[in-house]
Design a protein around this ligand. Structure first.
Ligand code: CAA
Length: 388
């Protein structure tokens, strides 16, 4: 019996800022963003959108297919937590009408926690092969204005159904990890934007990749040449290119630049126009790979490197299942991305400056999202969600 990803779907906001607009306002060469960091557009959450509404929208197509009673556990990964106590997934549980017998928990370790959720879900399914576990990763990436991180914002959520004999990707049990207490990127409880030591964070990412890979090689029989494609955590597309170049060098593999690029390029297409979605980004990258690669990937091995600042890195592997294309939501995702509206810089600033009111009063939020779920308001410190 194999265990892994049976179905995958993502959601992002209907607003985006083109990074050439940001570059123009900043007096920066747009090529710094388009080529230098490999990003074109960044998603901006609507005023009535948060990690719960995005997560619910991401999971809806999956739940519509299997039915709400089918899910035994919901694991919700995020680093944009909305409550120190209550798991954001509880709201999603209600909005999707999941069974009261379905357990829900939230996981945190920066951008890595969706991978912890995936591995835990696989373990639950291995123990009880009839069950289906819903893993959702949902985040809004925010940095201070006029900082190097500003161009790497974004927002998105991904939902994955983990099951036995999956239709998309079977996940191998062997993993390589690297954990180290470092301050490369963090967000103290009293801040709404992340603090980051940008250049240092990229160095730590690369170090964690090398260490996690070495640990993976200790526990797995697989070598670099067994992999057809690689999915990396995607804070920005260039990071994956740098990571892959390093992995190729580390393994002393003789691949041309074009051959290296071909192993990752299809994973970058969606993130390049969505921006960083933290926990969701690598799995949106996987969706991009499966939905955009012309070659039939059936039976091909994929290497995954998941990274969460602070830091935890994990390298693991999976194999694409024959017939996977039948289980994809390609048209739905491409229509979602095509229907987004470009915003100008002043509208971007308005959306950016939307703060969650903390005074306990009654607040209604302007309608902005075109998704199926809205954060209609907050009253007496309670979030009020509606289904549109
Ligand atoms: N044309 C083409 N390329 C240009 C250019 C131009 N006109 N101008 C600059 N560039 C290139 C630079 O040469 C550089 O390329 P290399 O990295 O290959 O040298 C690239 O564009 C970036 O330029 P800078 O180094 O000057 O960029 P910066 O210092 O302004 O910002 C950053 C880069 C530090 C990554 C910044 O975007 C940042 O702080 N981002 C947030 C942190 C982050 O994402 N870290 C990633 C690892 S941590 C992680 O992965 C967790 C997470 O999700 C946050």
């Amino acid at each position: 019996m194999s265990v892994g990803i049976d179905e995958i779907s993502f959601y992002t906001s209907n607003y985006y800022l083109d990074l050439k607009t940001l570059a123009e306002v900043q007096g920066t060469d747009p090529e710094k963003y388009y080529t230098g960091i490999g990003q074109e557009k960044m998603g901006m959450a609507a005023p009535d959108e948060d990690i719960v509404t995005m997560a619910s929208s991401a999971a809806l197509p999956l739940i519509e297919r299997v039915g709400p009673e089918a899910v035994s556990t919901l694991l919700f990964a995020t680093e944009t937590g909305i409550d120190q106590s209550k798991a954001a997934g509880i709201y999603v549980h209600r909005l999707l009408g999941l069974s009261s017998n379905c357990r829900v928990v939230e996981l945190k370790q920066a951008c890595y926690s969706a991978t912890a959720a995936l591995q835990m879900a696989c373990a639950l399914v291995a123990r009880k092969p009839d069950c289906k576990v819903l893993v959702i990763a949902s985040d809004i990436a925010r940095y201070d204005l006029d900082t190097p991180g500003e161009a790497t914002q974004g927002c998105g959520a991904v939902a994955m159904l983990i099951a036995s004999n999956p239709r998309l990707v079977s996940i191998d049990p062997e993993v390589g990890n690297h954990t180290e207490d470092v301050m490369d990127f963090w967000r103290p409880n009293y801040r709404s934007t992340a603090l980051v030591d940008g250049k240092y964070s990229t160095k730590i990412y690369l170090k964690a990749l090398k260490k996690a890979w070495d640990n993976f090689r200790d526990v797995s029989d697989l070598a670099f040449g067994d992999f057809s494609r690689f999915c990396y955590h995607l804070p920005f597309s260039r990071m994956a290119q740098k990571a892959h170049q390093q992995l190729v060098r580390h393994n002393k593999v003789g691949l041309s630049a074009d051959e290296q690029e071909a192993q990752i390029s299809d994973t970058l297409l969606y993130n390049r126009i969505i921006g960083n979605s933290y926990t969701a980004s690598m799995y949106i990258g996987l969706t991009s790979l499966l939905e955009n690669t012309e070659e039939d990937l059936s039976g091909k091995r994929i290497g995954f490197f998941s990274y969460g600042s602070g830091c935890v890195g994990e390298f693991f592997s999976g194999t694409v299942v024959a017939g996977y294309r039948e289980a994809l939501h390609t048209e739905y995702h491409q229509a979602l991305l095509a229907a987004r509206r470009e915003i100008e810089h002043d509208e971007y600033l308005q959306l950016y400056r939307n703060q969650v009111p903390a005074d306990g009063g009654e607040h209604r939020f302007a309608e902005g999202t075109t998704g199926r779920f809205r954060l209609a308001g907050i009253a007496h410190h309670k979030r009020e969600y509606v289904i549109c």
